[in-house]
Design a protein around this ligand. Structure first.
Ligand SMILES: C[S@@+](CC[C@H](N)C(=O)[O-])C[C@H]1O[C@@H](n2cnc3c(N)ncnc32)[C@H](O)[C@@H]1O
Length: 194
């Protein structure tokens, strides 16, 4: 790796903006469970076995296999803006023999999925990294079924972490209704309904 390139993504990793795929391994450290474990996330999401779920910004898929396993008759779509992250997640998921997962490389603005096609959309440590937050919020609303759940988790130590109030402002402009709040100011999951 060239020194200049290395310095640039070290800087990007520590600062604001899209988390560089070169640091995907840091997202797979089991110590993360102390902050938010897949089990805790699943409990909050209350999925059905046939739910259709969109995970935006899965990175290397720390949560994804657990979600896929919880919806054996449903489908999970992973949508990330970095192809390397999707490739990483796909490799991990295929190794576990999970077949109800598909992958979408985001263009940063719109999604190719039909209106009202998902029961649940969730993001963990992603919303603050998204450049076109308003466009994404509108797309989330369009893609959710009526009554569908949008779940946003924010974790401590993330340079892009958004405050609860900022998230509510963004989503309530799109007609989302606040549903539930779990956790604390620094480490939380907030739910909205269409
Ligand atoms: C900090 S990582 C979190 C990964 C994963 N959710 C987790 O908690 O392990 C943020 C992820 O969001 C993705 N991302 C950033 N902007 C995005 C966008 N506009 N659309 C889709 N994914 C995006 C990044 O590529 C990265 O994989």
């Amino acid at each position: 790796m060239q020194n200049k390139e290395k310095t640039t993504h070290v800087h990007r990793f520590a600062g604001k903006g899209v988390c560089p795929y070169q640091y995907a391994f840091t997202l797979l450290i089991p110590l993360r469970n102390l902050v938010l474990s897949p089990r805790k996330l699943l409990k909050m999401l209350s999925l059905q076995e046939d739910s259709s779920v969109l995970e935006v910004g899965p990175g290397p898929g720390y949560f994804s296999p657990h979600v896929a396993r919880a919806i054996p008759k449903g489908k999970l779509v992973l949508a990330d803006i970095q192809p390397e992250m999707l490739a990483y997640a796909k490799k991990r998921i295929e190794k576990k023999g999970l077949r109800n997962v598909s992958y979408h490389l985001c263009n940063g603005v719109t999604f190719p999925f039909d209106a009202a096609s998902f029961d649940t959309i969730f993001l963990v440590a992603v919303l603050g990294e998204i450049e076109n937050k308003d466009r994404y919020a509108a797309e989330f609303y369009r893609m959710l079924k009526p009554g569908g759940l949008l779940s946003v988790s924010e974790l401590p130590g993330d340079p892009d972490r958004m405050r609860r109030e900022e998230i509510s402002d963004l989503l309530e402009k799109e007609e989302f209704s606040f549903d539930r709040f779990f956790g604390s100011r620094r480490n939380f999951t907030i739910h909205f309904r269409k």
